[in-house]
Design a protein around this ligand. Structure first.
Ligand code: NAD
Length: 272
């Protein structure tokens, strides 16, 4: 059976875990040769051994280091002779108000989450122009609005979303650039949230789908944008959050009015 990515070469940064790992599995499963690029050599080895395919290549990279990023792109092109897809997924979390964090922390978050995306995109661009390839960045719903105690992460992920739009203009028509913004996703990065019952109850209460995403559900959106199915999609921020940011923040009137007839309840709320 032919796959959407037969003959294509993809790099997935942060590919050894969570959303990155699910993306590696999805792109490989649909025919791509995939470079698993991650800072954790052991995790790369575990994943590449578990997939055990000549279309899976491991590469250690620290996305805060420009020379490392250049070596990653060069190694992929040397080994696979082309590059079609760059998934800028590697990212680190951050918690704290601006008064809680210091410059070193701010620079680390910006370095991995923003600068790494910019430098990998810049370095990959000539190869992607040659193959008429594309970039999929991974931001977050935290890049769409503000959150309590997430100052650096909010700033970093908003930067990724708008960098995506800028690159989508500058590098069209040869290279499409899109971004996926996941909501809460069950990965090692988010275990502090997903394994805390109080946080989970508060979070999922406001979520129309009532649960976090599985990594494969985010990977499916990344694969769509990376594929020819999205050949006319450029500069798009695809939110994969179970409908959370569809909400304006108004109270759940339907629930408050439960028991009253719909019409009676509505009359107490809005003048018609
Ligand atoms: N899990 C969530 O709820 C969630 C929600 C929204 C956005 N995201 C974003 O999704 C992306 C993937 O996160 P995840 O949840 O799968 O996390 P994860 O921790 O499971 O995976 C992240 C991977 O990135 C690698 N990594 C970290 N720093 C690196 C560096 N300097 N260089 C190279 N690799 C590095 C880690 O080793 C790890 O394998 C991140 O950009 C994150 O901000 C996650």
């Amino acid at each position: 059976m032919s796959g959407r990515f037969d003959g294509k070469v993809a790099i997935v940064t942060g590919g050894a875990s969570g959303i990155g790992e699910a993306t590696v599995r999805r792109l490989h499963g649909e025919g791509a040769t995939v470079v698993v690029a991650d800072i954790r050599q052991e995790a790369i080895a575990t994943l590449t051994a578990s997939i055990a395919s000549d279309r899976i290549v491991g590469h250690r990279v620290d996305m805060i280091d420009a020379a490392d990023i250049e070596a990653m792109i060069a190694a992929a092109v040397d080994r696979c002779a082309r590059l079609d897809i760059l998934v800028n997924n590697a990212g680190i979390g951050s918690f704290g108000k601006v008064t809680d964090i210091d410059l070193a922390h701010w620079r680390e978050v910006m370095g991995v989450d923003v600068e790494g995306v910019m430098w990998a995109s810049r370095t990959a661009m000539p190869h992607l122009e040659r193959s008429e390839g594309n970039i999929v960045n991974v931001a977050s719903i935290a890049g769409i609005g503000g959150d309590y105690g997430f100052a650096a992460y909010n700033a970093a992920k908003a930067a990724v979303i708008n960098l995506t739009r800028a690159m989508a203009l500058d590098h069209a028509p040869r290279v499409r650039v899109n971004v996926v913004s996941p909501g809460l996703t069950r990965t090692p990065l988010a275990t502090g949230l997903t394994e805390n019952p109080a946080i989970m109850a508060a979070w999922t209460d406001g979520l129309p789908l009532g649960r976090p995403a599985e990594p494969a559900e985010v990977a499916a959106a990344i694969a769509f944008l990376a594929s020819a199915d999205a050949s006319y999609v450029n500069g798009h921020n695809l939110v994969v959050d179970g409908g959370g940011v569809a909400h304006t923040g108004m109270p759940n009137f339907t629930r408050i009015l439960e028991g009253a007839s719909h019409l009676d309840g509505a009359e107490t709320l809005v003048r018609r």
